[in-house]
Design a binder for this molecule. Structure first.
Ligand code: DGL
Length: 282
């Protein structure tokens, strides 16, 4: 069912889950949610006008989190997924305080599963500069400190390269090579992708890290967490899963719709060629 949005000229789905990220990174989480929750619909906002979040002052990201959450709530989304580690670190607490009684699922680097998986006792985390510097991340690392030594490595510039279409793989490999060499030299045998953009270059990270290193991403665990939250709130869609994926998402960008669509098709595949991306001015 389509309803008229609070924003003139924009059509959205009723009873859907709102999702946002600074850009295409959130698509790695959306893909997992579409597969894991086949009866759910989503509204996805790429906040590309403000990309990258990873190097901006914390208060600017918190402001964006509040603006985007307010908008998604006004679209009558039944829940929200912050498909961005940086935004979760900067604004999950504030978003939850502003929207009591509205399920909000955030995303954090998978330090716990990595700490339980490592055999060498050393875990590498790749994330944005802001995530690594955040109090939330420091708290997370402290909690699992007794289990494993955690080495966090910011990757400035990587998000901007992943946002290019097509992705410049040689430049991405050149950026990642010294990072991974350092983590391997320090004996890390598990590497966590602590930014939702990075799963799109997981194949390059695995290639550079070699077969003895496990690379962990968080799309599926977030999808599972969303299901648990929706179930516990009585909000899980029990209807039939019969719609093609392309009909289950409304896409919005605060940047350029055509450019976002090109990236979306490059990253998720040609099944998405007919998708409509709407411009959002918030
Ligand atoms: N995808 C976001 C994350 O998970 C960050 C990207 C950015 O720096 O804008 O942290």
């Amino acid at each position: 069912m389509q309803i008229q949005s609070h924003t003139p000229g924009i059509a959205v789905f009723a009873q859907s889950v709102g999702v946002f990220d600074s850009g295409v990174g959130g698509l790695s989480v959306l893909k997992a949610m579409l597969n894991y929750l086949p009866a759910e619909r989503f509204q996805f906002v790429a906040d590309e006008r403000y990309l990258p979040y990873g190097d901006k002052p914390q208060h600017e990201i918190t402001d964006r989190v509040l603006t985007l959450s307010n908008w998604l709530r006004n679209q009558e989304c039944k829940a929200m997924v912050m498909a961005c580690n940086t935004a979760t670190a900067a604004g999950a607490n504030q978003a939850r305080a502003a929207h009591a009684n509205w399920p909000i699922v955030g995303i954090e680097p998978a330090v716990k599963p990595a700490s339980m998986l490592t055999k060498t006792g050393v875990v590498g985390i790749l994330a944005t500069t802001n995530t690594v510097a955040s109090e939330r991340f420091k708290g997370l690392v402290e909690r699992f400190d007794p289990l494993a030594k955690v080495i966090a490595h910011p990757c400035p510039g990587l998000v901007e390269l992943i946002e290019q279409s097509p992705m410049p793989e040689p430049a991405i490999e050149a950026l990642l090579k010294p990072v991974l060499a350092e983590l391997l030299q320090k004996n890390a045998d598990v590497i966590v992708l602590g930014c939702t953009h990075y799963p799109f270059v997981a194949h390059l990270i695995s290639k550079l890290a070699g077969p003895d290193v496990t690379v962990i991403e968080t799309g599926l665990p977030v999808a599972k967490q969303l299901k648990t939250r929706l179930e516990s709130e009585g909000l899980l869609n029990m209807g039939e899963a019969h719609l093609p994926m392309i009909e289950r998402v409304s896409f919005f960008t605060t940047g350029q719709p055509e450019a976002f669509k090109t990236k979306l098709v490059n990253l998720l595949g040609t099944d998405w060629l007919q998708v409509k991306v709407q411009q959002l001015d918030i």
